[in-house]
Ligand binder design. Structure first.
Ligand SMILES: Nc1ncnc2c1ncn2[C@@H]1O[C@H](COP(=O)(O)OP(=O)(O)OP(=O)(O)O)[C@@H](O)[C@H]1O
Length: 243
């Protein structure tokens, strides 16, 4: 499928840990939208994300392009500079830095310059503004998630890949994070959302891919996926995904 609005294109991607063929012939496209990548634990979602980002990639074949520029073989730093933003699973923030300090560190290290000022970040996430002096260790799960997204935005991404940003969050907070993602898409930053949370998928994603044992086995608009309990049961299972 060729789509002129494609920002991130993945073609025939394979990734291996030694003999284990963990990502198998995956092709995906991300346009001006939020796309969810769903799948059971161990399906290969994180490995796929890490492969896109050049993060200690296992052996890899295939093509990844950001707006027509090939990312294959480039170092994570270069891929990030070219505009692929990443929010890893677990959020990876510093317990002893304040919200403000987290943002200032990224601002100082930015070589590309950011379209986002810290004030704009605070406008975008008002709840972070209220907590600007709070230490990482005192933030709630939702605040940590928003701060992790905010840090990624400060690197000026052309698109954003998030690995389970709603993990462990209460439903009202999931809603708030998803509203943030929807607003990002409106501002022209497409989102690839790796998820286990069905509610987040319903709230944020325009389209859904399902990964099973390394392969993409299903692709559909979110509204069709939500009407398809058979796919949900077959590939995600009742225990494999949060309703
Ligand atoms: N460093 C590694 N070395 C060897 N095998 C690994 C390594 N990391 C992951 N794997 C294996 O690769 C497979 C895919 O793991 P991956 O973490 O990509 O799945 P996932 O879909 O992201 O699952 P989760 O939601 O639990 O993070 C699993 O079978 C896992 O055991």
């Amino acid at each position: 499928m060729h789509n002129d609005n494609t920002i991130l294109r993945i073609e025939a991607l394979n990734a291996y840990y030694g003999q284990a063929h963990v990502v198998q012939d995956v092709s995906m496209e991300l346009g001006a939208e939020c796309v969810a990548l769903l799948g059971r634990n161990g399906a290969g979602k994180t490995t796929l994300a890490r492969s896109l980002l050049g993060l200690r990639p296992p052996q890899m074949t295939g093509q990844v392009e950001l707006e027509g520029t090939s990312l294959a073989g480039l170092k994570p730093y270069t891929i990030s500079q070219l505009g692929v933003g990443y929010v890893p699973q677990g959020r990876r923030l510093f317990p002893s830095l304040t919200v403000m300090e987290h943002l200032q560190v990224v601002e100082r290290h930015s070589t590309t310059g950011s379209n986002w000022t810290i004030d704009q970040i605070f406008d975008f996430f008002p709840s972070l503004a209220e907590r600007r002096k709070a230490l990482g260790q005192h933030l709630s799960g939702g605040e940590l998630s928003m701060l992790a997204i905010a840090r990624a935005l400060m690197t000026n991404p052309r698109c954003l890949i998030l690995d389970e940003p709603t993990e462990g969050l209460a439903p009202t907070i999931v809603e708030r994070v998803c509203n943030g993602l929807t607003n990002l898409v409106k501002q022209g930053i497409p989102v690839l959302l790796i998820e286990q949370n069905l509610k987040a998928t319903e709230l944020a994603a325009n389209r859904v891919y399902v990964m099973n044992v390394g392969r993409i086995v299903y692709e559909a608009p979110t509204e069709d996926f939500l009407k398809d309990p058979q796919t949900r049961d077959q590939y995600l299972g009742l225990s494999g995904i949060q309703a």
